[in-house]
Design a protein around this ligand. Sequence first.
Ligand code: ADP
Ligand code: MG
Ligand code: ZN
Length: 500
Amino acid sequence: MTAVPYDEALAEFEPVIGLETHVELGTASKMFCGCATEFGAEPNTQVCPVCLGLPGALPVVNETAIESTIRIGLALHCDIATWCRFARKNYFYPDMPKNFQTSQYDEPLCTDGYLDVLVAGETVRIPIERVHLEEDTGKSLHVGGATGRIHGASHSLVDYNRAGIPLVEIVTKPVTGTGTMPAEVAKAYVTELRDVLRGLGVSDVKMEQGSLRCDVNVSLNRPGQEWGTRSETKNVNSLRSVERAVRSEVERQAFRLRAGERIVQETRHFHEDTGMSTSGRSKEEATDYRYFPEPDLVPIAPDPVWVATLKDALPEAPSVRRLMLTKELGLSDNDSEAMVNAGVLDVVLATVEAGTSATEARNWWLGHLAQSANTAGVDAADLPITPAQVARVVALVNAGTLTAGLARQVVDGVLAGEGEPDAVVVSRGLAVVSDEGALAAAVDEAIAADPDAAEKVRSGKVAAAGALVGKVMKATRGQADASVARRLVLERLGVTADLS
Ligand code: ADP
Ligand code: MG
Ligand code: ZN
């Protein structure tokens, strides 16, 4: 055992966390050239002399990327620079063709903001240090080993399609005062940030495809003492992992500190499979990136009038929409927090707009659809079903055409690409059967199959009819109108009195 349990660790130490989030912008072209940015293209087909760093190639700034970055800064309540420059960050890495990354250093576009998040019913304000614009690197692929890591590989391949895609980095100030919940706060922050970014429409924010990635910094100190040394867990690629990365670092560092050891400033790598991280590069000696202002690009000087226009046109913040749900639609704080955490706030609202009650929308998106998403390994909001289709299924239930069970089958059909809900009802033959003639055979079979239950009902034990109705439901794959089936069972067995 080399860890102190989370709760125990936090009873003894105070946590400080810091989050660096990288967002790939959804611009049609790259940051400094006209190359396409689509995910999943054949390797090295979306490249040109500029993003390959060939001699003499000159970059040109993508205006939409600047606009998106400013909008992100505004949504996070930042100050927007009136004049700033790009900087070269010099280092050598095979996936970076220019041997420097065009980034921003001491002159970021946006500084000094915050994001409020809801954790266990409390609002926590996360201070934002800066939001800056840079370019993404390419991707290395290590071939021939068992793990896909460079260790044990026979050779490596590089794909430069991603090199030069605009990347926004959002860095928090050190977050203190999270008490017993640093992991929960970290997860809530990234979740809320993802919703803000999605609402702005600046990125598809798909953590599993790497368009949203997080580095998680954690340190511990004894109460009243200075902050401890931080570790930085790199490239954490799901919301669940953000929480787990903080948790495992708290547990590991507490163990070290208790043993009287010191924490080494280092980067760590998070492993999705085990939920643990392993030591990476030591940061004891700060890397010298030899930053200097990018000589090939003119400074950026956003016109304050333009910035004001962008600010006025910002969409409603997710927190405002959430408030609307809780206040106007009467859902509980717990419900709205659960919806935020599941990333379904927008689809729930859209489902309500398409005609369902808030409770019905909530039940679907936090119930069957959440389960389907979990099984499919995607976010519920990304399932191939629209809020309008969910609303149509709800309407069919309310009209008595579908039972709850049949409705789930219809939804499964829509998810499987079988078409609109009404089409699935027809093609899968899922409508409720209340026609007595159609149910008579199933009722007779149920009675014949379970003479004991039938006898009990005949002798007055009406409750035993439940088993027979169950058989009818099963034989009709859930399609029988249960109340009609029950009436028929009782009639057949000579019980006509009280049918309730
Ligand atoms: P680097 O490039 O070395 O990762 P950054 O300034 O980009 O440095 O990011 C450092 C992150 O770590 C920031 O989010 C910052 O708030 C956070 N941080 C700084 N000091 C601490 C600390 N003692 N404990 C936890 N987080 C910290
Ligand atoms: Mg960092
Ligand atoms: Zn290019």
